[in-house]
Ligand binder design. Structure first.
Ligand SMILES: [Zn+2]
Ligand SMILES: [Zn+2]
Length: 215
């Protein structure tokens, strides 16, 4: 193999890893925004993105019973639109196409972290065990009280780094200090003190009951 070919292959591998990490980081930021500041009352996004997100924190396996298009329609439309704009501006590069592809299916990769090896099959289970995709064990940190960390759902690589420096907690502190905006309390972890514990489907107050009613 000549030196140029080795360099080219090495560059492609590095670019691919860079794209995966960039998509993991950007999708982690979006996930953090949804979890921390998203409201079901927001127009369009509230119903189609925030509400399923809140449901996911109450019932993490619920979306595994859905189908591919329901899970990924929003991100596929968004990443496809970004790729179309980039192409129209004449900036197309294969790395943008790869980013749009991975970005479009981040929720599918997230879904695999909630499935058993039997549900996932051999290939995805191998990718989990090889630590190429986010493993169920890695993602479990996000669903563990107080549910305020590990927002990246594509790999297991970024979360330990971001959590290690309190990346999102520091931004939340900065936002609170500069704007007065508090992050949303995850009701699946700590019901507000002025609200009763979930009655199991009857009360008009708690988010869990409201989700059941909306379903
Ligand atoms: Zn979340
Ligand atoms: Zn999850």
């Amino acid at each position: 193999m000549n030196a140029n070919l080795i360099l080219e292959v090495g560059l492609i591998v590095l670019q691919t890893i860079g794209v995966i990490l960039a998509v993991d980081f950007v999708s982690g930021i979006v996930h953090w925004l949804e979890d921390s500041y998203g409201s079901k009352k927001w127009p369009i996004v509230g119903k189609w993105i925030i509400e399923p997100n809140i449901r996911h924190h109450f019932e993490p396996r619920h979306f595994t019973k859905s189908n591919f298009w329901k899970r990924n329609a929003a991100t596929l439309v968004l990443s496809g639109s970004v790729l179309a704009v980039i192409s129209l501006l004449g900036w197309f590069h294969w790395t943008w196409a790869l980013a749009a592809l991975i970005g479009g299916v981040t929720n599918e990769i997230h879904c695999w972290a909630h499935r058993s090896p039997r549900e996932n099959g051999k290939v995805i289970t191998f990718l989990h065990k090889a630590k190429i995709l986010q493993s169920p064990r890695g993602h479990a940190t996000h669903h563990t009280d107080p549910k305020d960390r590990s927002y990246c759902t594509v790999t297991d690589w970024l979360n330990p780094l971001l959590d290690g420096v309190d990346f999102f907690a520091r931004i939340e502190k900065f936002v609170l200090k500069t704007t007065g905006l508090k992050r949303r309390i995850d009701e699946s972890v700590r019901p507000p003190k002025n609200k009763k514990k979930c009655c199991g489907g009857q009360c008009a107050q708690c988010a869990k009951c409201q989700l059941k009613k909306a379903a």
